[in-house]
Design a binder for this molecule. Structure first.
Ligand code: MN
Length: 454
């Protein structure tokens, strides 16, 4: 039976700025600079590696499910890079199927690609992939026409019935879309349902738009639809090892659909319990120096764990590259006497600079530090006090025991807000009970800080 391979990637966002990494290269130390350069060039490096993966996997074709650029027309640099990648694939007889998405809609595309590239039109079209006179697969696809595609495009796909000229072969759909209930924070362009996908009766859906890898499986073990995720994670909420999916097919059956690491940069939240630090014997107190050493160790471990995770994917697929750089958001948690110091912006920035300077030679960059610590206080003694400090503790205690009371207090405060800021208030989202509790706790700690509790 015929076997063939195709590579599925999406959301390349070539030339995308990395949200939140606004420190320019000039302000980085020489050591940090190499990490900085890797980050700045990451989307382009990922594209080069995607081409290499297509060649080493001996892929018959590559499908790109939208958002190849970050801006509609793409910068000149991103168009040149893509054109070069397509030409390399052409030299090796690899076809490319490109379905445009909301970031790179069809109406903005000015020039044609090399002739191994098929860019889909605004209506669903079907193309066959041949090898030595034999049809391997039918590729269905459609492009977004504008930046806010409102049509349900998935419903336009339908499996082609076999004919005398064309036997029943493997059929896949290439589409940039928001599957309902799963698109999360992603805008609902080209909305559709899981049922729409299933009713098209295709063997595989090569999807794009959702930036976190997501595999949809039916009753069998092989997936019927895959979001490979952004080729390179673009910000701290796109954590994990990013890459493409390599699909091996025998006849009409998927043999494997494996995640292959491609992205040179991995984003990650690294949480650290500052409350676990014990006072040093000599000093008798917990110091920022201790915290720095602990953070440095945790970050190094996170980098190692990330590379081990990537290595497991590379080993399973026999393809891919282990990411070099970890860009971390350090989240400090727990009850610690350092809380008050850490609450100061310049202390956090110093700590961030120290850590980044120290760790950049290991490929670690600390993007920022978030404080979720609490002060270390003798809560019982404070609650027993007859003054205002004691009063805030008793009130917090009552609210914790009786959430309805907290809600009452919240509504009272909200009424005041409503009177003063009537116009603004109606644009604010409703507050959940969890948010009420979290805000009350935050307000409580702020009260204690302001009342100068040590
Ligand atoms: Mn995208």
């Amino acid at each position: 039976m015929t076997t063939f391979t195709f590579v599925h990637a999406a959301d390349l966002h070539l030339g995308a700025p990395f949200r939140g990494l606004n420190r320019s290269l000039e302000t980085l130390s020489p050591q940090e600079k190499s990490v900085g350069t890797t980050v700045l060039e990451a989307t382009y490096t990922a594209l080069e590696r995607l081409v290499s993966v297509c060649l080493s996997a001996q892929a018959d074709f590559l499908v790109l499910a939208g958002d190849v650029y970050d801006s509609a027309k793409g910068s000149l640099a991103s168009r040149f890079a893509l054109n070069k990648a397509f030409l390399t694939l052409k030299e090796h007889n690899v076809r490319v199927f490109l379905a445009h998405g909301n970031h790179d809609p069809l109406e903005e595309q000015p020039f044609p690609w090399p002739d191994n590239v098929t860019a889909f039109s605004p209506e669903v079209a079907v193309h066959s992939v041949m090898r030595g006179g034999e049809a391997l697969a039918l590729v269905h696809g459609v492009s977004h026409t504008s930046a806010a595609e409102g049509r349900n495009l998935a419903r336009q796909f339908r499996r082609k019935e076999p004919s005398l000229l064309l036997p029943d072969v493997f059929q896949l759909g290439v589409l940039h879309c928001a599957v309902q209930g799963q698109a999360g924070e992603h805008a609902a362009y080209a909305p559709c349902t899981v049922q729409d996908l299933q009713e098209a009766a295709l063997d595989y859906w090569a999807l794009g738009h959702v930036h976190t890898r997501w595999v949809l499986r039916g009753t069998g073990t092989a997936p019927y639809a895959v979001y490979p995720g952004s080729l390179q994670g673009l910000h701290v909420n796109e954590g994990g090892v990013h890459g493409c999916t390599v699909v091996r097919v025998r006849g009409k059956k998927i043999v494997s659909a494996l995640h292959v690491p491609i992205a040179p940069v991995v984003w990650q939240r690294v949480c650290l319990d500052a409350g676990s630090l014990q006072p040093e014997e000599e000093e008798g107190v917990v110091t920022l120096l201790q915290l720095e050493a602990f953070a440095s160790q945790c970050l190094a471990e996170a980098h190692q764990a990330m590379q081990a995770e990537a290595a497991a994917f590379v080993e399973e697929a026999g393809l891919g590259v282990i990411p070099e750089v970890l860009v971390a958001r350090l989240v400090l948690e727990g009850r610690t006497p350092l809380h008050k110091e850490l609450a100061q912006k310049d202390v956090r920035e110093d700590l961030q600079r120290q850590l980044s300077g120290q760790l950049s030679r290991f490929g670690i960059f600390v993007r920022d530090i978030r404080i979720a610590t609490q002060p270390q206080l003798d809560f019982e003694a404070l609650a027993a006090r007859p003054d205002l400090v004691g009063e805030t503790f008793r009130l917090m205690g009552e609210w914790q025991a009786e959430p309805a009371q907290l809600h009452g207090a919240w509504e009272q405060a909200d009424e005041v807000l409503l009177k003063k800021l009537r116009k603004i208030r109606r644009y604010l989202p409703a507050v959940t009970p969890e948010e009420e509790t979290a805000m009350a706790q935050e307000a409580h700690l702020l009260c204690l800080d302001l009342l100068e509790v040590e």
